[in-house]
Design a protein around this ligand. Structure first.
Ligand SMILES: Cc1ncc(C[n+]2csc(CCOP(=O)(O)OP(=O)(O)O)c2C)c(N)n1
Ligand SMILES: CC(=O)[C@@H](O)[C@H](O)COP(=O)(O)O
Ligand SMILES: [Mg+2]
Length: 594
């Protein structure tokens, strides 16, 4: 039995001598590599904090002491040491262990994470509560990365924490990289601290934190000594540790961007599995990434912005080819939106690419800084709909609902790659309103997407087929599932299919015709039902006095967890089979009386 096998919970770890810990670290790293190499997931971040994870659980009395992992993609070691080693092979799979800390999964997961930069506020909340509850001996630790600490919310937490006497320890895990290399003035400052050339005053000390470090985050005895010493100091503290993302797997250390989440790989060599069908259909993100370069080469007013996702959004192509006009602003969604607003005022066509789930953080900026001033920012919302294995924290299910209620905003969802290109082409000339273009994670449907551009009329839909009994109104990529479903039914000529394209403005003349001509109406979307596209159709029908029933297929008012996109679509009942069954049952339903 290995050392690691003997550790079911941190209590077992604490029985070991410090000298035993490096061997546990070796085994833990090997175990993470072993599982992630076949089951996939986030790799580099967890490999980088193996020693830190062991040291924290060794020194502190978890779960009585509170420990929060910012983002949580680096918490695999934590999960394995806290009762989940046996199940870890189910990581990110349907019904299995979540890829992020989750309160209902373990009492060791003190706070649910997934989105970055929340840990300092949350741990401070717990620490203030401990004071109010007269629990002076409890320790409160947040581990946060160098990219995540540069985000506004983290600063807000530090700013507050520094004027308290709370027992909090912020561990800054500095590996100089986020998913892509870290950016910004703080990154430069931290680099100077590491080189020993920072100005006299330490930024964290100025904020009233007891600063210690930088120390080598892979040196277990040093970590244990430092943490034990910090444990004796009450009040706000920050420990700066230097780690290497991907530590222990050569390829992951050498190519940290790819090995953030590398997919399957050979656990001995680190070599990634080759996917022979990698070319077509193209990923939507790449269609965006290549198209913005193509457009920007002919239009010097085009600017691209990403908050810390150059690789995920594929803005990296523009950053390489037109670096003066493509900006990675770090994990700063709020700033990204308002920055875009400012540039738009100066006459630029700004494509602000933000994952649907991360735009949630910049909601007020979308309303206050963009929509109220009717600035024609072009939002590209990647990863809309169900994203799969990242699960609940990352699904882009709410954007239609949260954007639809904002005046001035146009909302468009392409059904395929060409529609994405065409709307980008259309928007670059400057619309009279801001626009949100939502598209999913993954691949489109076309074998040839680089076709000549065509302008799209705002508010126009596309009739894919006319029918007699059921009108299916789809929005975006999920329309392709409707096409498949119609192919599978016995009487396809009874079905009309309309690719609505715009959630806002809706194609009112088409809707009127549909309500007048079709006995049954079905709407299909890959977002939440409440306030979504189907709701918009219903509101229109209600306003115009159409009393026909509208059946809405979308995601119910419930949390959808992790699994493959296909499994989750089935669970949410927006998969091809459900669509087919719904159409069939409407074909066979009685004609409504009005
Ligand atoms: C609000 C938000 N924006 C973007 C992301 C996507 N994201 C996940 S991890 C990550 C980088 C985090 O870097 P860092 O904090 O340095 O941690 P490391 O991966 O280096 O351990 C980013 C940008 C996110 N999870 N949350
Ligand atoms: C942890 C995190 O937020 C990111 O790493 C996210 O998992 C990226 O998602 P994509 O794989 O869809 O780019
Ligand atoms: Mg980092």
């Amino acid at each position: 039995m290995s050392q690691l096998d003997r550790i079911k919970y941190p209590h077992d770890l604490r029985q070991l001598k410090v000298d035993d810990l490096p061997e546990v670290a070796r085994e833990l790293r090997e175990f993470i590599i072993d599982v992630v190499s076949t089951k996939e997931g986030h790799l580099g971040a967890s490999l980088g904090v193996v020693e830190l994870t062991l040291a924290l659980h060794y020194v502190f009395n978890t779960p009585e002491d509170k420990l929060i992992w910012d983002v949580g993609h680096q918490a695999y070691g934590h999960k394995i040491l806290t009762g989940r080693k046996g199940n870890f092979h189910t990581n990110r799979q349907l019904g299995g262990v979540s890829g992020f800390p989750k309160r209902d999964e373990s009492k060791y997961d003190d706070f649910g994470t997934g989105h970055s930069s929340t840990s300092i506020s949350a741990i401070l909340g717990m620490a203030i509560a401990a004071q109010l509850k007269n629990m002076p001996d409890r320790h409160h630790i947040a581990v946060i990365g160098d990219a995540s600490i540069a985000s506004g919310m983290a600063f807000e937490g530090l700013n507050h924490g520094g004027v308290t006497d709370c027992n909090i320890l912020i561990v800054l895990n500095d590996n100089a990289i986020g998913i892509d290399p870290s950016v910004g003035a703080l990154k430069k400052y931290l680099t100077n601290v590491k080189k020993g050339t920072a100005k006299e005053e330490n930024i964290f000390e100025c904020l009233n934190f007891k600063y210690s470090g930088p120390i080598d985050g892979h040196d277990l005895p040093a970590l244990v000594t430092e943490l034990n010493s910090l444990k004796e100091h009450s009040g706000p503290k920050l420990l700066h540790v230097i780690t290497t993302k991907g530590k222990g797997l050569k390829k992951a250390e050498e190519d940290q961007v790819t090995y953030h989440a590398p997919g399957r790989f050979n656990k001995l060599t680190g070599e990634r599995e080759k996917n022979s069908a990698e070319q077509f259909p193209a990923k939507y993100q790449d269609v965006f990434g290549h198209t913005i370069v193509e457009l920007a080469k002919n239009n010097d007013k085009i600017v691209g912005i990403t908050p810390a996702m150059p690789t995920g959004s594929s803005l990296k192509y523009m950053m390489k080819e037109l670096p003066q006009r493509a900006f990675d602003v770090g994990i700063a969604e709020q700033h990204a939106v308002t920055l875009a607003a400012g540039m738009t005022i100066e006459g630029f066509s700004v494509f602000c690419n933000i994952y649907s789930t991360f735009l949630q953080r910049a909601y007020d900026q979308v309303i206050h800084d963009v929509a109220l001033q009717n600035l024609p920012v072009i939002f590209c919302l990647d990863r809309s709909g169900l994203v799969g294995e990242d699960g609940a924290t990352h699904h882009g299910l709410y954007d239609i609902a949260y954007l639809r209620c904002i005046p001035n905003l146009i909302i468009f969802a392409p059904m395929n790659e060409q529609e994405l290109r065409n709307i980008m082409y259309t928007a670059q000339f400057g619309l009279s309103h801001p626009i949100a273009i939502r598209y999913p994670r993954g691949r489109g449907v076309l074998t040839e997407w680089r076709q000549p551009f065509e302008q799209i009329e705002i508010g126009s839909s596309e009739t894919l087929q006319e029918g007699t009994d059921v009108a299916v109104l789809s929005i975006g990529h999920i329309g392709n599932s409707v096409v498949e479903a119609i192919k599978e039914i016995d009487q396809p000529n009874k079905v009309g299919h309309f690719n609505m394209r715009f959630v806002k403005p809706l194609d009112h003349s088409l809707l009127t015709k549909i309500f007048e001509e079709y006995p049954h109406i079905l709407t299909v979307e890959d977002g939440c039902k409440m306030g979504g596209f189907g709701s918009a159709v219903l509101e229109y029908a209600n306003e115009k006095g159409f009393s026909k029933r509208v059946k809405i297929l979308g995601v119910d008012d419930t949390i959808i967890g992790h699994g493959t996109v296909e499994q989750l679509k089935q669970k949410a009942e927006i998969d091809v089979t459900t669509i087919k069954n719904q159409i069939n049952s409407l074909i066979h339903a009685q004609q409504p009386s009005s």
